[in-house]
Design a protein around this ligand. Structure first.
Ligand code: URA
Length: 235
């Protein structure tokens, strides 16, 4: 059983608050009867709900995180028949979609859902969510190069917004960097590293906002926790 306003919001009808208003305004019927009491509980499997006399189709929302391995493409099909991230998600008969994209050769945190509103929220530039990457790059960036990274770099025909960068490990000829960007343009981290002359050798995304990959194994997936869902809801 589920509260009617929550059900409407889950079906993508309107936000929770606007759904409450729809109920108060007498626009919502359950099994043909107008319901104006907030908090009325319904059974999504058996009750028929309509808004403005239009039946609502229930689709339970699914939220998944995948630790994407390299050499998988982030889309539902590929012209070259390469494996796709959806090949890694068994058990699910639902149609789910990746939220944004990771390159073929990038590994790490990828969210997948059938919640179009969330996808919009997370991928629209105005929402500005920090995405954190661990990049192994050629050479060791100097302070000056890192400063350029932080203030904005000109790549292609745009200037990147402020990014964060720090060195977490150096080896003889390479270094491992922690990089955070808010945007998510095509191959952006790779292009930014290229722009300061430290091309990426390996790239992994470890978090999107407060959602972290943790110790999820490469190629494995799990449902998001309630805590993670609450975080996404309040964005
Ligand atoms: N930036 C990149 O360059 N590649 C990715 O896959 C993600 C961010």
């Amino acid at each position: 059983m589920m509260r009617l306003q929550k059900y409407l919001a889950l079906c993508g009808i309107a936000s929770r608050r606007k759904s409450e208003q729809l109920i108060i305004d007498g626009k919502v019927k359950v099994n043909g009867e107008t319901v104006t009491t907030l908090g009325t509980k319904i059974n999504p499997q058996t009750d028929k709900v309509s808004v403005n006399n239009k039946d609502i189709i229930y689709e339970e929302k699914v939220y998944i995180m995948l630790n994407k391995p390299e050499k998988y493409i982030t889309s539902a099909s590929d012209q070259f028949d390469r494996p796709t991230v959806l090949d890694l998600i068994d058990l699910i008969e639902k149609r789910i979609y990746p939220v944004g994209r990771l390159d073929y050769n990038t590994s790490g945190l990828l969210l997948l859902t059938n919640d179009g509103q969330l996808t919009y929220k997370l991928t629209h530039p105005k929402h500005n969510i920090w995405k954190k990457y661990i990049a192994k790059v050629k050479g060791i960036p100097t302070e000056q190069e890192m400063k350029k990274f932080k203030t904005g770099l000109k790549i292609d025909n745009y200037t990147t917004s402020k990014a964060k960068i720090k060195i977490i490990e150096t080896k003889e000829k390479n270094s491992v960097l922690e990089i955070q960007i808010k945007e998510g343009r095509n191959r952006q981290v790779r292009k930014m590293c290229e722009a300061i002359n430290h091309p990426v050798k390996k790239l992994k995304r470890v978090s999107v906002g407060d959602i972290h990959i943790g110790n999820l194994e490469l190629g494995e997936w799990r449902f998001l926790t309630d805590k993670e869902l609450r975080y996404l809801e309040q964005l």
